[in-house]
Design a protein. Structure first.
Length: 94
């Protein structure tokens, strides 16, 4: 059975380590999977490249809001600018 979804709860460093051990998308085990990632991971071009090589076709970025005031009130370490940058990088690499 092929994996269809993989939730990255690891650190970006941990995700790099795991993905380096994955076979490429030519493997029938990992064809067609998706992942949920934090904004920081979505901005990591090398991580996105490794995910794509391992067969990831969709990256869902965990954006709580694109409103800076809401992010501040929720004590998030992100901003509208960081979130938009993550979306642009993700679109270009997956």
């Amino acid at each position: 059975m092929a994996a269809t979804h993989f939730l990255f709860v690891l650190s970006v460093t941990g995700a790099h380590r795991v993905l380096h051990s994955f076979p490429t998308r030519r493997s029938s085990v990992l064809q067609g999977w998706s992942a949920q990632v934090r904004v920081e991971a979505a901005k990591d071009k090398e991580l996105l490249k490794l995910m794509k090589l391992a067969g990831c076709h969709t990256v869902m970025i965990g954006l709580e809001s694109i409103d800076d005031e809401t992010l501040r009130l929720w004590n998030k370490r992100s901003s509208r600018e960081k979130n938009i940058e993550a979306i642009k990088i993700g679109r270009a690499h997956v």
